[in-house]
Design a protein around this ligand. Sequence first.
Ligand code: 0L1
Ligand code: MG
Length: 256
Amino acid sequence: MSELNLKQIAARLDDAASHVSAVEQIDPEYRMALWDAYEIQRLSIACRMARGEQSVGIKMGFTSRAKMIQMGVDDVIWGRLTSSMAITDGGVVDPARFIHPRVEPELAFVLKRDLYGGESPAQALAAVDAVAPALEIIDSRYRDFKFSLSDVVADNASSSGFVIGPWADPRQDLSNLGMVMSFDGQDQQIGSSAALLGHPLRALAAAARVAAEAGEPLRAGAIVMAGAATPAQWLVPGSYVQLMVERLGRVGFHVG
Ligand code: 0L1
Ligand code: MG
């Protein structure tokens, strides 16, 4: 794909996000290779940086076997997190910022040391400062939330917002923590941290690998959203979304 096409598509996706307006899928028109899709993602996030947003970390997608099978893929995808996507724990989210937002229960890590890719999960843990319950708002920029693998990669893996709860010591057993996402106190999704590639630290090691492969290794201070433990749910205006993670605590936000 030509440099011009890559830039035009990146601008199209950036416009869709900033004007809260869905666009048609790109892949049927251009047959994007996966590396083109990641370059479009990079260029589209560069448009945000040019407006003053800062890079704060990355998100992992398709970390559950169920979602990989659904998409017919055998590797994770990833996207970039920027400062404007951060939502305060307990804060209010205006749904008008999004096209058709969904929310999913996750864990987040923050690093105290750089990761270079190739680390084992145990080695990756040594670089972690803290772990927290987290919620991700995903909002595909494509009409009807329909996309191919390349489409969703170009669209920053649908990433749109994230909320991080209280940070906790990561040196504890994270392998099978119960995770319950509720709306107004009604349980919506129940899962386990084991859904994240079998162990959330595997998702972290995978994040280090993909970031290094992209030439942007994870630095101290970076946040990693490690992936969803359950399917995503549509946001309901007026509701309070909460995630409770066994031993780690709660995180939530009001949908305005
Ligand atoms: O964060 C995720 O696992 C979602 C990745 C993108 C696919 C989707 O929008 O459902
Ligand atoms: Mg997610």
